[in-house]
Design a protein around this ligand. Structure first.
Ligand SMILES: [Fe+2]
Ligand SMILES: [Fe+2]
Length: 334
């Protein structure tokens, strides 16, 4: 039986399954019995805050403190929840119900991936993302409802799905009539754009106050770390590489990691950057309330327009401001 517990509650004799790929932690294997306290300290030093314990292979068990248990559910065998595929194909659901179910179960898929980002799991997750991309591309009504869902939290997995949905929908508007874009891999890049954040300390990611220079430096590594994990697991495509590396570049050259400007930034990177900022503004953060969609777009226009290419920003606003009834597919494509 598998159970998740906090790293500080681990004890010698427990059989653990680490959530990260072997190349970023100091252990020879991802699964092993803990033989010393030092191994527990090493996990904490690597920023591993929770692990899966296989109770059937452990010789000791955790203290029976229910509060220590992160999650009682069995660790699923499949990364892509069955409920996601069921929701995609369920024609009895109303449009808002279907959109909410697809959004919710996509979040679960990305959460599971971030807990165990192995090559196999990234590959499986990509297939799940392809199905969501196909749904958005084939169904304007669902794509409309999906883009109207705003999140109450800003966990990386929630944010990843919201950005994925928004960026795929904007790409659909931009590239609808072109066959020269691999929308599956582009969608995978959007949904996985922040995968590198699994290597950044969560306390930094969720810090309410201003970040120190050292903390900012850590955050700024996540595009390169995301690139690295996709590359090492043989899951990197040109689309994924572009999106992951360029989603924090800014039109005025003040972004990171390279400080690219204007046309140096690929259209894929720009699309992701727009969706990324919009989702950050419309989500609840520890240090401020979420903005309403209109207010977020206004702030982006009034105070941040130099971050974006203006025409693309206008296309994004158009996509988000049109009521469903008024949508005319012939007008909004390029
Ligand atoms: Fe990011
Ligand atoms: Fe992001």
């Amino acid at each position: 039986m598998l159970e998740k517990i906090r790293t500080e509650k681990l004890r010698v004799g427990m059989y653990v399954i680490l959530p990260l790929s072997w190349f970023i932690h100091p252990f020879l294997k991802n699964r092993f019995s803990i033989t010393s306290e030092q191994q527990i300290r090493q996990m904490l030093d690597c920023g591993i805050t929770e692990v899966t314990v296989d109770l059937s292979r452990s010789t000791v068990f955790e203290d029976n403190e229910p509060a220590d248990r992160i999650e009682q559910e069995r660790v699923p065998t499949s990364i892509v929840p069955d409920e996601l595929r069921e929701a995609i194909h369920d024609n009895k659901l109303s449009l808002p119900e279907k959109a909410n179910a697809v959004h919710k179960h996509s979040i679960m898929m990305i959460k599971r991936l971030m807990e165990a980002p192995t090559a196999e799991n990234i590959g499986e997750t990509k297939k799940g993302i392809y199905d969501v991309v196909d749904l958005i591309l084939s169904d304007d009504a669902i794509s409309y409802h999906l883009t109207r869902i705003t999140s109450h939290d800003y966990y990386t997995y929630t944010h990843s799905v919201s950005v994925g949905v928004l960026a795929v929908s904007l790409s659909k508007e931009m590239f609808k009539r072109s066959s020269s874009h691999d929308m599956h891999e582009l969608g995978a890049g959007f949904f996985l754009h922040d995968l590198g954040k699994i290597f950044v300390d969560e306390t930094i990611l969720n810090k309410p106050g201003k970040l120190t220079d050292v903390e900012m430096k850590q955050i700024r590594r996540h595009p390169a770390l995301g690139y690295r994990i996709l590359n090492k697991t043989n899951q990197l495509t040109n689309e994924c590489a572009t999106v992951v590396l360029q989603h924090h570049e800014r039109d005025d050259g003040k972004g990171y990691p390279k400080g690219l400007r204007g046309s140096e930034i690929h259209e894929y990177g720009r699309i992701c950057s727009l969706a990324d900022v919009y989702d950050a503004l419309t989500s609840e953060r520890p240090y401020r309330k979420k903005l309403k969609p209109f207010d977020a777009l206004k702030l982006m226009k009034d105070e941040m327009i130099h971050h974006f290419q203006r025409e693309l920003f206008e296309q994004f606003v158009l996509m988000l401001s049109k009521p469903w009834e008024d949508r005319d597919p012939e007008k909004s494509v390029k």
